[in-house]
Structure formats: structure tokens, C-alpha cells
Design a protein around this ligand. Structure first.
Ligand SMILES: Nc1ncnc2c1ncn2[C@@H]1O[C@H](COP(=O)(O)OP(=O)(O)OP(=O)(O)O)[C@@H](O)[C@H]1O
Ligand SMILES: [Mg+2]
Length: 206
């Protein structure tokens, strides 16, 4: 891993949970209780799978294969919905609920694709690769000596519609697929390393 951009250049507004102010922001989101519950459960399992392993050993000792399949699934959650439906707000605040439930510290690395890059060929790809590199190196520091996760990272890829909408029409086709490929490759890299990381992607298209 050569020349990964500094963490402050990639993720300016990192958030850490638990945090009382963020807890209030999450509570202010109305009508999303089901989403909050499901998202908390999914993120908890992705970020701290030791809970599932302990449970499975106790109650389903012969289901190791199944548990492994589950633990190796891509650590990705997609929030899709209309403009202003609370995707960004939910993604930025749900980490507090997960941190409380799992009793670990969590850091959010937020990356908004709409505000970044001019759509030049390769730019989105580089940005995404750098974001995944940085996420992997930070999460690797957390993996480890404690039996459970010592801490965890949530990578938020917001405004991900930009992945499929490069601004230069002439170059669109190429950059279009390159960005998506870089994203999928990043998710695969996280999955193969079993790091305490989950990725939330927000998009307007279903
Ligand atoms: N269910 C909700 N309850 C209370 N406030 C909400 C709810 N949904 C959205 N809001 C508020 O509306 C504003 C816009 O929400 P947010 O930015 O999360 O939308 P979004 O889904 O990310 O939209 P976009 O697709 O444009 O990015 C925020 O201030 C947010 O707090
Ligand atoms: Mg948003």
C-alpha cells in the first residue's frame, strides 16, 4: 500500500460513537423504527461477529459451515430511497445504536461521492480505492488482540448514484463501470480480511 492519502484528506468529518448528541439526532428521526432496528442488527453482526459465533457454538454446534457462509458475506448495507427521506441522517447516526448495543467504540468514515471529483476518467476509481485502502488500514489496527472486536469502522459511501453517473458524457461509459468495479473490489477486499468494518451505501435509485 503506497501513498494512501491522509485520513483527513479523505474523510474530513469523522464521527465517533457512542455520542449523546448523535443519539438525540437518531431519536429525532420519526417513522423509521423498523429500519433502525434492522440496520442495528445487521451492522452489529457485521462489525462484531463473535456474538453470532458464540451463539452458534452453543445452540447449533454442527452449523459451522452455515455460520461461516454468513460471516463471509459482503459487509455492505444499501439504503435506497427518495430525496430527503433520511438516508444520510440515518447512516450518520445509527452507529450510536450499534456502539451501545455491542459496547464498542465505532468511527464513521463518511465519503460523499457527489461533492468529490470532476468526473475525469479514473478519478472516482482512485478516490474509492484510496477510501478502501484507508479503511482497511484503520480497521486492521482494531482487529485483534481482544477476543471480540476492540472497535469498529463504518464506511459511508453517500450519494453513490454518482458511481453510475460520471459528469463527462463522452467518457461516461468507461468511468461508469470503472467506479462500480472499484467499489465491488473494495467490498471484496474487506470481506476477505474479516475486518470489523461495515459499509453503508446511500443511493436514490432502488
Ligand atoms: N423520518 C424523518 N424524521 C425526521 N426528520 C427527517 C426524516 N427524514 C429526513 N429528515 C430530515 O430531513 C433532512 C434531509 O434528510 P437526509 O439528508 O437524511 O435525506 P437523504 O435521504 O439523505 O436525501 P438525499 O437523497 O437528498 O441525500 C434532514 O435534516 C433530516 O434530519
Ligand atoms: Mg443524503
Amino acid at each position: 500500500m503506497v501513498n494512501i492519502p491522509a485520513i483527513d484528506d479523505l474523510f474530513e468529518h469523522r464521527l465517533t460513537y457512542p455520542d449523546v448528541d448523535i443519539r438525540e439526532r437518531l431519536a429525532r428521526l420519526v417513522g423509521l423504527d423498523d429500519h433502525k432496528t434492522r440496520l442495528t442488527k445487521i451492522l452489529s453482526l457485521l462489525i462484531n461477529p463473535s456474538g453470532l459465533e458464540v451463539w452458534a457454538k452453543k445452540y447449533h454446534p454442527s452449523a459451522g459451515e452455515l455460520v461461516n457462509t454468513f460471516l463471509r458475506r459482503p459487509p455492505l448495507v444499501v439504503l435506497a430511497g427518495d430525496v430527503g427521506s433520511g438516508k444520510t441522517e440515518l447512516a450518520e447516526t445509527i452507529g450510536d445504536a450499534v456502539a451501545q448495543q455491542e459496547k464498542i467504540d465505532i468511527t464513521l468514515f463518511p465519503l460523499s461521492l457527489s461533492t468529490r471529483g470532476q468526473g475525469r476518467v479514473g478519478e472516482m476509481t482512485q478516490l474509492l480505492s484510496a477510501a478502501f485502502d484507508r479503511t482497511i488500514s484503520e480497521a486492521s489496527k482494531l482487529k485483534g488482540t481482544c477476543g471480540r472486536s476492540c472497535g469498529a469502522v463504518i464506511l459511508l459511501v453517500d450519494e453513490a448514484d454518482a458511481l453510475a453517473q460520471s459528469r463527462e458524457a463522452a467518457q461516461m461509459h468507461h468511468e461508469d463501470r470503472a467506479g462500480v468495479n472499484a467499489f465491488i473490489r473494495g467490498i471484496d477486499r474487506l470481506a476477505n480480511r474479516s475486518l470489523p468494518v461495515a459499509v453503508i451505501m446511500c443511493t436514490k435509485s432502488p
